[in-house]
Design a protein around this ligand. Structure first.
Ligand SMILES: NC(=O)c1ccc[n+]([C@@H]2O[C@H](COP(=O)([O-])OP(=O)(O)OC[C@H]3O[C@@H](n4cnc5c(N)ncnc54)[C@H](OP(=O)(O)O)[C@@H]3O)[C@@H](O)[C@H]2O)c1
Length: 254
């Protein structure tokens, strides 16, 4: 591919973003408002909202079809952001149905979505797949991440969710495999693996978990905007693929 055919332009692309009712909701609205302020004479990005239960196979597949049919084009960019996690401290207390639900929403749904959009991306030889994984996929949770001696509330330790960690680890592994399989079609696959992002359903504020903020080397929670910054970088930088960016304020994930 010559440098003149390198295409990182996102104008006119169709992005399917899941989980937009959560922490990213206000962000999407503010990005559209910012676009309208910056380019007052341009047509604003066309957006549509679709409802689907991502623990359900048919609804997940239907979501892709609906987006393609409403916008009359293939999905160019998949951002699989929706996620589910419940705090249960002890593995013995995790019911099988909760484990399965977590895997279905966090891992099976991104698989189904990637499978649904891959054909269109291959045909046009352009695509971006971004999964929102988690630092827990690296085998560490809040406890394992801790670098400060500040004591944490006992409930906080239950953040180390085994089912959640398993689903996110699977997501990062699937991303790495997809990146090698899809590169020849000029489709990239990457993930953001955050920890401690505030203003979200999972973590509304620093006060949600006593002692948490003090345990983060940068001394604060991350923001949805900072997650979006990394997603944007992946979408506008087609030479990155197979990468997982840990966005965790300096928490140790090794
Ligand atoms: N916040 C953090 O510190 C943090 C850290 C690591 C990773 N993450 C990941 O970041 C992503 C976004 O989460 P968030 O932090 O923004 O939390 P959030 O505000 O709770 O957002 C989660 C989103 O996932 C959606 N969702 C959950 N179950 C669903 C289902 N069965 N079907 C359809 N949608 C479903 C929720 O929709 P409803 O509200 O309609 O249920 C919501 O829009 C998740 O993948 C999460 O695992 C977050």
């Amino acid at each position: 591919m010559s440098s003149s055919s390198i295409d990182n332009n996102l104008a006119g692309r169709l992005a399917l973003i899941t989980g937009a009712s959560g922490g990213v909701k206000n962000l999407v609205v503010s990005l559209i408002q910012e676009y309208e302020r910056t380019y007052p004479n341009r047509q604003p990005p066309r957006s549509s909202v679709h409802k689907a239960d991502l623990s359900d196979v048919e609804e997940t597949l239907g979501l892709c079809e609906e987006a393609k049919s409403v916008h009359e084009k293939p999905v160019d960019i998949l951002i699989a952001n929706a996620g589910f996690g419940r705090r249960i401290t002890d593995i013995e207390d995790i019911p099988l149905d909760v484990f399965e639900h977590t895997i279905n929403v966090n891992l099976r749904a991104p698989f189904l979505l990637a499978k649904s959009v891959a054909g269109g991306m291959k045909a046009q030889r352009w695509g971006r797949i971004v999964f929102i994984s988690s630092i827990s996929g690296y085998g560490v949770g809040l406890n394992g991440c801790r670098t400060s001696p500040t004591p944490l509330d006992a409930n906080a330790l239950s953040y180390i969710l085994r089912d959640y960690a398993a689903s996110k680890g699977g997501l990062t592994s699937m991303m790495k495999n997809l990146s090698t399989r899809l590169a020849e079609y000029n489709i990239t696959a990457n993930d953001v693996s955050p920890a401690m992002i505030g203003e979200t359903g999972l973590l509304p504020s620093g006060d949600s978990v006593p002692g948490l903020v003090d345990s983060i080397p940068l001394g604060r929670l991350g923001t949805p905007q900072e997650v979006a910054n990394v997603v944007t970088m992946f979408c506008t930088t087609g030479y990155i693929t197979g990468q997982s960016v840990v966005l965790a304020g300096g928490l140790n994930h090794k």
